[in-house]
Design a protein around this ligand. Sequence first.
Ligand code: FES
Length: 117
Amino acid sequence: MSRDTAVTAVRVLPHPELCPQGLRFEARPGRKLVDELLEHGIAIEHACEKVGACATCHVHLREGAEHVKAADEDEEDQLGDAWGLDAQSRLSCCVRVQGPALVVELPRYTKNHARER
Ligand code: FES
C-alpha cells in the first residue's frame, strides 16, 4: 500500500442536495472516505454504521480509483443493491483514502431514496 502522499486532494462533484456547489478538501490517507466526507459537511447516508452492509454510502470514484484498494467480494455483493451502479461505484465506507487525488460523485439517489420513489 502506498503511503507516499501526506494528504489526498478530494474533489466532490456538485450534488443538488448534499453539495450544490461541489467541494474540495484535503483528506488524510488511510481514513475511510465516508468519514472524510462526513467531517467535511457532506451528509452522506451510512445506515449500517459504516461496516459495508447497506450500500447507502455508495459513491462513484470518477478519478483516482487506481490508487485505492480494489473492492473485495463482500463490497461487490453489497454494491449490487446500490442505485445507479456503474463500473466506478464503490462503498465509501470500504474505501480507504489513498493517492494524490480523488474525484467523487455522489449518486442522485441512495438505495433508501430509490425505494421511497
Ligand atoms: S455505511 Fe453501510 S455500506 Fe457503507
